[in-house]
Design a protein around this ligand. Structure first.
Ligand SMILES: NC(=O)c1ccc[n+]([C@@H]2O[C@H](COP(=O)([O-])OP(=O)(O)OC[C@H]3O[C@@H](n4cnc5c(N)ncnc54)[C@H](OP(=O)(O)O)[C@@H]3O)[C@@H](O)[C@H]2O)c1
Length: 251
């Protein structure tokens, strides 16, 4: 899976699954534009990548902001001349006390981060990829988009919308650009530490999930690198679960 000479943009690339994916893309030969809210976290990863002999750039970007999507596109285009790969990974999955207590502001920000920003970035970078003659987009959704749970409704709905965006953009920007989804199940990251390291989760996963445990960030990398590589040249509009069997679990 050789990505030498390609430029990849990854949102939420500074920590968790995004960080693992960024390092995987670099290992495959790509230069990586790492974007998240905290510029210093992105810069620290860029320094790490450069120390490994890779090429990368750091970008401050809030996925809740449409203007930041436009600014990220402009910065990447200026720095690298454009992108060949976009990974829409930044996401937020707050658990609300109940649907009744979920505010309009909370609902709007969940939709903006998980759905609106991938839409805007896919529109911008996808159109650019068409003009440049090729490219690949991967949207990081969630097994929760297919198996919604209480207190999670706006997030699950946003990720289900993201699955639909994948199909829509695969048609709009095909045949030049391929667009696919990966659906992570429960992974151990900062974003999930309140529950994924708990005894209750470990017990539940052991009893109900085919692979019996949560995933480690490195275990998402192969799927994403595959989908953006030429090995997946006939794969578009697909939704690949990387979830330890969460979707087919008993509970
Ligand atoms: N971990 C899981 O179990 C799991 C399961 C299903 C789906 N997912 C999806 O996988 C993706 C990554 O999850 P994760 O668990 O790795 O998350 P994480 O550990 O919380 O890391 C989130 C990353 O996104 C950045 N980020 C957060 N809010 C942002 C915003 N508004 N704008 C730009 N960047 C933002 C963070 O950096 P800054 O703080 O610097 O912004 C960080 O780099 C998300 O889309 C999530 O919904 C994860």
């Amino acid at each position: 899976m050789d990505l030498t000479g390609r430029v990849a943009v990854i949102t939420g690339g500074s920590r968790g699954l995004g960080r693992a994916i960024a390092l995987g893309l670099v290992e495959a030969g790509a230069a990586v534009a790492v974007a998240s809210r905290k510029l210093e976290s992105c810069a620290a990863l860029v320094a790490e990548i450069e120390a490994l002999g890779g090429r990368a750039s750091a970008h401050a970007f809030d996925a809740a902001s449409w203007e930041d999507c436009d600014r990220l596109f402009a910065e990447v285009t200026e720095r690298w001349g454009g992108a060949d790969i976009l990974v829409n990974n930044a996401g937020k999955s707050p658990v609300e006390p109940s649907s009744l207590e979920t505010s309009q502001a909370a609902f709007d920000v969940i939709l903006a981060i998980n759905l609106r920003s991938p839409f805007r970035l896919s529109a911008l970078f996808g159109a650019q990829m068409v003009a440049r003659g090729g490219g690949a987009i991967v949207n990081v959704s969630s097994s929760g988009s297919r198996k919604a749970e209480p207190y999670f409704a706006p997030y699950a709905a946003a990720k289900a919308g993201l699955n639909t965006l994948t199909e829509s953009f695969a048609k709009e920007y095909g045949p030049t650009v391929r667009v696919n989804t990966v659906m992570p199940g429960p992974f151990h990251t900062d974003g999930t530490k309140t529950w994924s390291r708990s005894k209750g989760f470990a017990e539940h996963a052991r009893k109900n999930q085919p692979l019996g445990r949560g995933g480690e960030p490195a275990e998402i990398v192969g799927a994403v690198v595959y989908l953006v590589s030429d090995l997946a040249s006939y794969v578009t509009g697909a939704c690949l679960a990387v979830d330890g069997g969460h979707l087919i679990a008993r509970g």
